[in-house]
Design a protein around this ligand. Sequence first.
Ligand code: SAH
Ligand code: SF4
Length: 384
Amino acid sequence: MTQRTNLLDFTLAGLTAWLAARGEKPFRARQVFRWIHQRGVADFGAMTDLAKGLREKLEEHAEIRPPVIASEHRSADGTVKWLFDVGVGNGIETVFIPEEDRGTLCVSSQVGCALDCKFCSTGRQGFSRDLRMGEIVGQLWVANRRLKEMLAEGGTVRTPSTRTPAEGEGEARRAVTNVVMMGMGEPLNNFGPVVDAMTVMLDDHGYGLSRRRVTLSTSGVVPYIRKLKEALPVALAVSLHAPNDAIRSRIMPVNDAYPIAALLDACRDYLEAAPRDFITFEYVMLKGVNDAPDHARELAALLRSVPSKVNLIPFNPFPGSGFEGTEMERVRRFQKVLIDEGYVATIRKTRGGDIDAACGQLAGQVVNRMKPRAVRIHPPSPRI
Ligand code: SAH
Ligand code: SF4
């Protein structure tokens, strides 16, 4: 039997073309797309406003095949973490973080990561493969469905109490109001599928999220920052983590290929199209490495030429990392230097720490296929 086509692998344009090849009009594609993404329906038989002939065609040739949940953990603070089985021993993680005014889903883009940042648990696992588009958008599809089920069960799950009109009518998708591409993997190293998945997130017939509510976090793969500006300029967060090249190269090998000056150039360029008028710089506080008040002053001088917001991240430890986190008092001192220099600087609240769902703790299950020490900076076959 030939495998059916997984409709989660399509943008609306892709689905329109696929259905056109089967003699169906574009508005049919919009209908099907809305059933899938707005209502979270997987059963073609339940798509009641479709003609019977179309439903039969879909049943024969298509399916909605999301990644399979291997486990689900709920943190005391309301955070939910899923481990998805994506085949042959590989697992990826997705985290839902509820807050008063929003529900943020942290989505993975690769199984593992090849960039080998020294402080990152995902990097430590090595790299297995890129996720397909349907596996990326599928994390959002499943999360919305599960959160809706949890709400219906009256469980402990928390979802935002206030909603914005942008979330529209759909019930299921309301739980997730924001997406951050900050799970496992370097999203810009899986450019085509990540852009396609975000296209569905932004589509009015899909999840209808605005470009400000979808944030891509990158360790700084410069050429692809420039391509993202052309393709789909969503909010950008950059993992800087150091005030100079010497420290950055020590903890992030990607800096050897794209040093700070080139990275900041790309950020300035990106701002021309960005939905926000600043770049968020992430800075993980590592004891004795990058956390001195002098480093804060150096950072302030460095970022002078880029409209920025700095997000200080307390280091989340994992076994054998070799790093320690900076004490909170010292993190606050670092923050104060930045504020005194005129920056908006925040300290990220650690969420889901009790279920290993915090930044940098996502280990998933990675069958490492990299040779020891091979750091893959460029994606093998950019599809843009
Ligand atoms: N690959 C992308 C996105 C995933 S990582 C990137 O690097 O930006 C998401 C964020 O978590 C990044 O800022 C990353 O540097 C940070 N991070 C990684 N390991 C961490 C750890 N152990 N503690 C705290 N933050 C960490
Ligand atoms: Fe990859 Fe990001 Fe982890 Fe670095 S911090 S190893 S780029 S996931």
